[in-house]
Design a protein around this ligand. Structure first.
Ligand code: PBG
Length: 324
């Protein structure tokens, strides 16, 4: 087909034509909204580097969930800030810890909402690393047991799905075994399979108060330069029993999303992270871009690259735009 027989503009005449042949569509049912939970009562604190995103105390969660559900966003992922941090991140798996209380509150008040939990220790350790420290290093194998305990405590509190983000080797198998041994074989694992050591997490680390107090996360999170390694990471998690593979961040890693989509038949999720959100918000506030349109184009690009599921701070705003 060549010009003038083929004229691509024929099918772009108006929105009816365009939408008829649209290859990618966003749907609220595949958006996951992240929520930060903090101790205290009646707290709703806006995160300075993430305009429009709030840290909420447990009593505020039902209202937030109600808003999500009414917009057609049926899934949330929870991050918790504990009252106290320690070297082993023990606050992560307490029976009445912040996330465990949050899950119970949400499952009680809004049972239709899917509650996913982030399984990691960095919000709970005083050193801010995603595992426990032995001999000045994040100890992989000692951390596995704590992660499994954490995932189990989330499932016990009623979580619908757990999402390990720590990047320790072997954690999917460890968590799967632990859940299965305790009769939670029906709780799926959404693995942060391919998580890069990224500077796009900056605003999140303010929000969740989890920046490492020494060193960085490069000994466990992936080198941004690598894509073949992403396939090896994902293969491990598939073999260990992951139900969903996640790539994180999203926009700077669209090639990775696309490769995972081609190589694996599991659902692929992409985490459109805090820095990616904040950059759009900041430029929009300055009037340099149209924030709503850039949001939509960005989320569409993540879908087009091959993600089935998008975790994004824009979930509610995007849902409002889709319902226009
Ligand atoms: C915890 C975790 C992080 C994010 C999700 N889970 C921070 C990190 O790894 O440093 C980042 C999410 C975001 O930036 O929105 N390990």
């Amino acid at each position: 087909m060549v010009f003038p027989e083929y004229r691509p503009r024929r099918m772009r005449k108006n929105e009816v034509f365009r939408s008829l042949i649209r290859e990618t569509n966003l749907s609220t049912s595949q958006l996951i909204y992240p929520i930060f939970v903090i101790p205290g009562k009646n707290k709703r604190e806006e995160i300075p580097s993430m305009p429009g995103i709030f840290r909420l105390s447990v009593d505020q969660l039902a209202k937030e969930a109600q808003e999500c559900l009414s917009l057609g966003v049926h899934s949330v992922i929870l991050f918790g800030l504990p009252e106290k941090k320690d070297g082993m991140g023990s606050g992560a798996h307490q029976k009445d810890g912040i996330i465990q209380r949050a899950i119970k509150e949400l499952k009680n008040k809004q049972p239709k909402l899917m509650v996913i939990t982030d399984v990691c220790l960095c919000e709970y350790t005083d050193h801010g690393h995603c595992g426990c420290i032995i001999n000045n290093d994040v100890d992989n194998d000692a951390t596995l047991e704590i992660l499994a305990k954490t995932a189990l405590s989330h499932a016990t509190a009623g979580a619908d799905m757990v999402a390990p983000s720590d990047m320790m080797d072997g954690r999917i198998a460890e968590i799967r075994n632990c859940l299965d041994e305790n009769n939670f074989e029906s709780v799926p694992i959404m693995s942060y399979a391919v998580k890069y050591a990224s500077s796009f997490y900056g605003p999140f680390r303010d929000a969740a108060d989890c920046a490492p107090q020494f060193g960085d996360r490069k000994t466990y999170q992936m080198d941004p330069a690598n894509s073949r390694e992403a396939l090896r990471e994902a293969t491990l998690d598939v073999d260990e029993g992951a139900d969903i593979l996640m790539v994180k961040p999203a926009v700077a890693y669209l090639d990775i999303i696309s490769r995972l989509r081609e190589e694996f038949d599991l659902p692929v999720a992409a985490y459109h992270v805090s820095g990616e959100y904040s950059m759009i918000k900041a430029a929009a506030e300055k009037g340099w871009i149209d924030g709503n349109k850039v949001m939509e184009e960005t989320l569409l690009s993540i879908k087009r690259a091959g993600a089935d599921i998008i975790i994004t701070y824009f979930a509610k705003e995007m849902a409002k735009r889709l319902h226009r």
